[in-house]
Design a binder for this molecule. Structure first.
Ligand code: DI6
Ligand code: FE
Length: 395
């Protein structure tokens, strides 16, 4: 198949959008076999089926590299209580916060978890998302952690989307237990069981004053390393605790949030090739004011990704286009950084080297937009210009 008469944003490493005006993408089964200006099309491909895109923009299919999209229930009531003046403590006493999502998730069957997640997944698909990361972490007990991961895997069987799973057993400590006891007696055995069932693509954790210390996270990362699993970390979101440095030490795929990261963290992440995953949806929802050190990441050449962080508490958001707009408006990321943040660098944050750019040999996961210039994707608010999505060469 040939996609002709297109503007192509290849988003390759060479810099910028990698724009090709009047370009062609040639696809054979699931793979891009050629891309370039129409006038350079090799004769070999002249006879192929052509689809005239009438000048539309092609980008790589979008990659949402950080979500908690599988979960039971929602926290709209808690949201409402906060707006009526309830304090964090009052909400916690009323059973709110992560604990409430844990209770709701424990009470939800695998089928119901899948059914609840699908409309959210469909909202992302409608915006051209072709690869999606999904975390566990609302079970905090063996059965529910496994059930969340099985539900995540099921989504890729039901919808044309690639799902990468992350084990986030180290998300919170269930009440009535110490964090150390939870890690030793529940989290690590659940990790072992999920690994044995082939349910884990990466191991994640919440490294924070209100969650787990770097020393505790290290025990989880040691187990991941033992299994040869890559790691990533929620780091420096609410305070500076040393999570980004720990992530770098373990050559993590990514460190995520990073509002309180500093220059030395950026330097360490550059050394280890760790992607900075920026999550403006949580910043916005929590009305945070500390902006992540975007300039330090630029100076040290740390690749930056952007993700929705879709979760029922701190980022009930199912839009990567809005995420791009927030990255630009809240953090002053350029539209070009926003686009590479949801394509090339997001794929890298998942350790996937076969997607995220448009080049020969890459998977034919594409998004085709009714826009003239890629900056429009970050510029508009609440508008979806997707024309069609191509997943594995299929329109
Ligand atoms: N960081 C967050 O912002 C969320 N989890 C995390 O590790 C909060 C998740 C929730 O409130 O349900
Ligand atoms: Fe998160």
């Amino acid at each position: 198949m040939l996609l002709t008469n297109a503007t192509i944003a290849t988003v390759t490493e060479t810099g910028g959008y990698g724009l090709i005006p009047d370009g062609i993408v040639a696809i054979q089964s699931e793979t891009i076999v050629w891309t370039g200006p129409a006038k350079s099309l090799p004769t070999l491909y002249h006879a192929e089926d052509a689809l005239d895109l009438e000048g539309r923009l092609i980008t790589p299919g979008l990659v949402d590299c950080h979500t908690h999209i599988v979960h039971g229930g929602n926290r709209a009531r808690e949201f409402e209580m906060r707006l009526q003046g309830a304090s964090y403590e009052e909400i916690a006493r009323a059973g709110g916060g992560i604990a409430s999502t844990v209770l709701q998730t424990r009470a939800t069957s695998e089928d119901a978890l899948v059914a609840a997640a699908l409309p959210r997944v469909d909202a992302l698909i409608a915006e051209g998302v072709t690869t999606l990361e999904i975390k566990s972490g609302y079970g905090l007990e063996l059965d529910t952690e496994l059930r969340m991961l099985r539900a995540a895997r099921r989504i890729s069987e039901i919808r044309p989307i690639r799902v990468q799973t992350s084990f986030l057993g180290a998300h919170a400590t269930p009440s009535g237990m110490t964090a150390d006891a939870y890690i030793d007696n529940i989290c690590l055995p659940a990790l072992d069981a999920a690994y044995a069932e082939g349910l884990i693509d990466a191991v994640d954790g919440f490294c924070e004053g209100i969650a787990f210390s770097p020393t505790q996270m290290r025990r989880v990362f040691d187990r991941a390393r033992h299994f040869g699993l890559p790691v990533k970390l929620h780091a420096e979101q609410l305070s500076h605790t040393g999570g980004a440095r720990l992530a770098a030490e373990f050559c993590a795929l990514s460190a995520d949030h990073l509002e309180y990261a500093d220059d030395a963290d950026a330097a360490a992440m550059a050394q280890s090739g760790t992607v900075a995953v920026i999550l403006p949806g949580a910043f916005y929802t929590l009305r945070e004011t500390q902006v992540p050190p975007i300039d330090a990441f630029r100076r040290h050449n740390v690749p930056m990704a952007l993700a929705s962080d879709c979760n029922p508490g701190s980022s009930p958001m199912t839009s990567l286009l809005l995420t791009m707009n927030m990255g630009a408006t809240l953090f002053r990321m350029t539209p070009e950084e926003c686009l590479s943040g949801v394509t090339r660098n997001a794929a890298r944050a998942l350790g996937l080297r076969d997607r995220g750019t448009i080049a020969a040999g890459m998977r034919a996961d594409l998004a085709i937009w009714n826009v003239e210039h890629p900056a429009e994707l970050s510029y508009r608010i609440g508008f979806n210009p997707l024309w069609k999505r191509v997943y594995g060469g299929k329109l």
